[in-house]
Write a protein that binds this ligand. Structure first.
Ligand SMILES: NC(=O)c1ccc[n+]([C@@H]2O[C@H](COP(=O)([O-])OP(=O)(O)OC[C@H]3O[C@@H](n4cnc5c(N)ncnc54)[C@H](OP(=O)(O)O)[C@@H]3O)[C@@H](O)[C@H]2O)c1
Length: 285
């Protein structure tokens, strides 16, 4: 332990959750250092220090970790062993990891998406650091992947339009992360985080359509068509993993943990709220 360290290092500070964590800690008067692999693209509140940190480039670790007591960490297995070593050497006491509920799946070790977070959890669990693993389900903001098509009035083509998800608002994850970094009730725990209701993709698109005031056509396509279309934007193993996940989610409501209420004592933000706040992203662009 290094009792002289006071700063919280927030990785992923350009990301949807990391940005919110920086803002919350800073507003509450905590010393925060915002980290990004691309500091030129990073905007931070006045008074927040920005630092270059690429989680797959260990040569960036020591400077970013100097004087740090806690870390909010995005999962990156490529450099995690070196990161743990550097964090321990710097006197870091506590790491709050943005993990994923996918680590709880039966095939997590073989699944490329789940194993990404699982490998990082394991490296941290095997270290001397105190660790808190936040395990969210799908983010409501994944709907931004539909923005291009919706902005152009194109149909949303899905192999599993009736797959059930309990999408969580990224600001709720940021609230829970801030609690984990400033309070003690979550320290050492590994909560699964979901939104307040199970919604199929079709139902999510209906909520978005309502918020936008226009129809969003949904078209069911075959798995082969989805593989071809998704494969234009992401690696084949990720496509397979996502399609398997959605196929398994076709058969009934998603588990709702409603963790914002249980952990913070207030209702979770709804998908409708996220849609209402983000209509600008679904314009023509
Ligand atoms: N999305 C989900 O449904 C979901 C569910 C469970 C867990 N997770 C976990 O949560 C993490 C974040 O998820 P996310 O996909 O929503 O990503 P995100 O938070 O928007 O961004 C993650 C990081 O990607 C980099 N990045 C690359 N291009 C960017 C851009 N244009 N704008 C902002 N940041 C950009 C940034 O790091 P640099 O600044 O360092 O480049 C950023 O911190 C992932 O590690 C994932 O494992 C996600």
């Amino acid at each position: 332990m290094n009792s002289t360290n006071t700063t919280t290092l927030v990785t992923g500070a350009r990301g949807k959750v990391g940005r919110g964590v920086v803002a919350r800690l800073h507003a509450a008067g905590h010393a925060v250092r915002a980290a990004s692999a691309r500091t030129a693209d990073l905007t931070v509140p006045d008074g927040v220090e920005a630092v270059e940190l690429a989680l797959d480039r260990p040569e960036t670790f020591a400077a970013a970790l100097h004087g740090v007591r806690q870390v909010f960490l995005y999962p990156q297995p490529a450099g995690i062993d070196a990161f743990v070593t550097a964090a321990e050497a710097a006197g870091v006491e506590h790491v709050v990891l943005l993990s994923s509920s996918s680590v709880l799946g039966p095939d997590a070790e073989q699944d490329p998406l789940a194993s990404h977070s699982l490998l990082v959890e394991r490296a941290l669990a095997g270290s001397g650091l105190t660790c808190t693993f936040l395990r969210p389900d799908a983010f409501a903001s994944n709907a931004l992947g539909w923005a291009y098509a919706i902005g152009r009035g194109l149909p949303i083509r899905l192999a599993h339009p009736d797959a059930h998800i309990a999408p969580i608002h990224p600001e709720d994850i940021a609230d829970i992360a801030a609690e984990a970094l400033t309070g003690t009730s979550l320290t050492g725990t590994a909560p699964t985080l979901t939104g307040p209701e199970s919604l199929t993709f079709r139902e999510q698109l209906a909520v978005l359509a309502d918020a936008l005031g226009r129809e969003i056509p949904v078209e069911r396509i075959t798995r082969a068509e989805a593989e071809e279309e998704m494969g234009r934007h992401m690696p084949a193993h990720v496509v397979t993993s996502l399609l398997d996940l959605w196929a398994a989610a076709d058969h009934g409501p998603a588990a709702v943990h409603d963790t914002t209420r249980t952990l913070l004592g207030r209702p979770a933000r709804t998908y409708r709220q996220w849609a209402g706040e983000n209509t600008a992203a679904f314009g023509r662009g």
